[in-house]
Every structure is written in structure tokens, then in C-alpha cells.
Write a protein that binds this ligand. Structure first.
Ligand code: UFG
Length: 327
């Protein structure tokens, strides 16, 4: 039985659906601070609570036969982490510390964890490899990197094993169109563009047009949420089969510029989507592209939805029918 923390969030809910549909028994714990109960697959057993609450966690480990944890429960807005770092230290780091205490106490040994490309900071080369330097440029990335280290040292001392998955730009939605990305406030490029297509915003701002890239706008590696879900399931299997603790990048290895993403969204939605050039957003690296060779080789992972058109079409299927998210 797998415990999914943050299973009501964007990537968590997609992973829970995939696990439930593969016949796995799933327990979801979520505080619903940023997640939505409606996003949780009906076959999963749901507990509402916070991972900083030791009693809440101990109770789950006591009542359920958990043999692995997938941990998505964290705050993830880069900008907010800069203005309110302690919120990030408290939830992401203190929460994980309590979780690990509870896991060690319950004798649960395996954890798969959602990490991020933000652990690298400004990349030293492209594509980025797992062995490259990690110098986060914001508290969000810093807390995720510290969480990785907490797993490492707890693993050494208490026999716990972890897989950390460093996602690049998560995007897209489940093919059913019933679950998808819903953040409040929304800060990510693709959902914002689709809000323009939906008539909820007048235009999309292009943050920076003077980057040293082919068209002057930032380049990112957009990876479909379903491919991310698959990686978590493979990582749990890898740990249960005796794999050792490790860190993996997850991306397509292909970069698209902000202008290319907007252009593709125009094509997919048939809407004009006005774009306005704006100054750079603080802290954005010009280019982030993953090397995911390690995940391919060791986990046997292969992204299946690597076309930008398919990614945006899947996101559009969700946003078109749910312009207000889960509300
Ligand atoms: N962008 C715009 N206009 C917008 C929103 C975004 O031009 O209105 C640009 C950004 O400047 C960036 C690109 O679109 O160049 C993608 O921006 P997102 O906010 O969608 O994603 P980020 O690349 O900033 O963030 C992603 C993950 C974070 C992670 C970060 C690592 O979502 O969790 O990569 O740097 F921390």
C-alpha cells in the first residue's frame, strides 16, 4: 500500500489516478491548503491533515499497511518563496522532518520525493546532469535541496531509501480531461496562456525578450504530468526491488521558447492570444533543459508525450472545460 502525501495537488492527483488504475492500494494525505479533494481518485482512501502534525501521520502509519511513501506535499511558488521564505522552510523542511521521524518510527523504508530543476539554480551547462552543481537562486529550490540532503543523512543513519525526482517544467493534463493544473494564484506559463484563450485574461506577458536564446525569450523543458506520474511509479518499484537511493532529472531534453509555446497554444486553441513584451522576471535562467539519460537507463523511464502540441492540447482539454479549476 502506498501513501501519497499531497495527492490532491496537480502532480499528486495524476499519480494517484495512475496508481489506482493499475490496481495499487493507495492512501492519500493532503491538507487541502493548495490541493482539491475532487482531484483525488475515488478508489484512494483520503485523510485530511498536515504533515507537520506528527500524530496525524503516526495514526496513518498505524492504521494502514504502508510500504512506500510518495511525497508531493510542499509549497512550490518560486516568487512567494522569495518574499516569504519562512513559510517555505516551515512547510517544506519542518514538514519533511516530522514525516521522516514518523516513517522511522513506523519502520517504513521507501520514499519517492518530488524535487525540482530549481535545485540547480543558474545552470553551468545544457543539458543539465544530476552531477552538476546545485546552487539554488531562491528559497523554494533551497528547501527542496535541503530535503534531499535530509533524506540522504536519515537514510545513512536509519536505513531509509529515497528516490528524488527533479522535474523540469511540469505541464499538460490527464487524457480524461477530468483532472488538471489548478493553482491559485497561477504563475505558470501554459495555464496562464490558456486563461487568455478562455477569455479570463486579456493577454499573456512575455517576461524578457533579450535573453541569449534563438528568439530572445526563455527556453524551458516542458514535461507532461502523465510522464512524471509514470516515473514515480517506476521509482517506487525500483526501491522495492532493492535499488539504492538516488537522484534523477525528469525532462524531455527538448527546449521550447516562450514565444514557441504561445504560438503553439494559438494553433491548438484557435484563439488569437494577444502577447505583450514585458521586462525580465527576477531569477529566471535563460535556459533549462534536462538530461534524463540516467532515469531512462536506471528506472527504465521513457517520456511518451514529448510533442508540445500534444502537451498543450491535453492542458487545453482540461482548462476549456474547467475555466475556474475545481470550483
Ligand atoms: N513566463 C512568461 N510569462 C508569464 C509566465 C511565465 O513569459 O506570464 C515565462 C517565464 O519567465 C519562464 C517561462 O515562461 O521563462 C516558464 O515559466 P514558469 O513560471 O511556467 O516556469 P519556471 O520555468 O519559472 O518554473 C519551473 C517550475 C518551478 C521550478 C523552476 C526552476 O515550475 O517549480 O522551473 O527554475 F522551480
Amino acid at each position: 500500500m502506498i501513501l501519497v502525501l499531497g495527492g490532491a495537488g496537480y502532480i499528486g492527483s495524476h499519480t494517484v489516478k495512475m496508481l489506482c488504475e493499475s490496481g495499487e492500494e493507495v492512501v492519500v494525505a493532503d491538507s487541502l491548503a493548495t490541493g482539491f479533494k475532487q482531484a483525488v481518485h475515488p478508489k484512494a482512501k483520503f485523510y485530511k491533515g498536515d504533515l507537520r502534525d506528527r500524530e496525524f501521520l503516526d495514526n496513518i502509519f498505524k492504521n494502514e499497511k504502508i510500504d512506500a511513501v510518495i511525497h508531493f506535499a510542499a509549497y512550490s511558488l518560486v516568487g512567494e518563496s522569495v518574499t516569504n521564505p519562512l513559510k517555505y522552510y516551515n512547510n517544506n523542511l519542518c514538514g519533511t522532518e516530522i514525516l521522516l521521524e514518523s516513517m522511522v518510527n513506523a519502520g517504513v523504508k521507501n520514499i519517492v520525493f518530488s524535487s525540482t530543476a530549481a535545485t540547480y539554480g543558474e545552470p553551468e551547462r545544457i543539458p543539465i546532469m544530476e552531477t552538476d552543481k546545485t546552487e539554488p537562486t531562491n528559497p523554494y529550490g533551497e528547501t527542496k535541496l535541503s530535503m534531499e540532503k535530509m533524506f540522504k543523512w536519515t537514510g545513512n543513519a536509519n536505513g531509509l531509501k529515497f528516490v528524488s525526482l527533479r522535474y523540469f517544467n511540469a505541464c499538460g493534463a490527464d487524457e480524461s480531461g477530468k483532472i488538471g493544473e489548478a493553482h491559485n494564484p497561477e504563475t505558470h506559463l501554459i495555464p496562464l496562456i490558456l486563461q487568455v484563450a478562455n477569455g479570463k485574461r486579456d493577454h499573456i506577458s512575455i517576461f524578457g525578450t533579450d535573453y541569449p536564446t534563438k528568439d530572445g525569450t526563455c527556453i524551458r523543458d516542458y514535461i507532461h504530468v502523465t510522464d512524471l506520474s509514470k516515473a514515480h511509479i517506476l521509482a517506487v518499484k525500483y526501491l522495492k526491488d532493492g535499488g539504492k537511493s538516488d537522484i534523477f532529472n525528469l525532462g524531455n531534453g527538448i527546449g521550447f521558447s516562450v514565444r514557441e509555446v504561445i504560438e503553439m497554444a494559438r494553433k491548438v486553441t484557435g484563439h488569437t492570444i494577444p502577447a505583450v513584451e514585458a521586462p525580465r522576471r527576477a531569477g529566471d535562467p535563460a535556459q533549462l533543459i534536462a538530461s534524463s539519460e540516467k532515469a531512462k537507463k536506471i528506472l527504465g523511464w521513457k517520456p511518451e508525450h514529448d510533442s508540445l502540441e500534444e502537451i498543450i492540447a491535453s492542458a487545453w482539454k482540461w482548462h476549456k472545460n474547467h475555466p475556474d479549476g475545481y470550483k
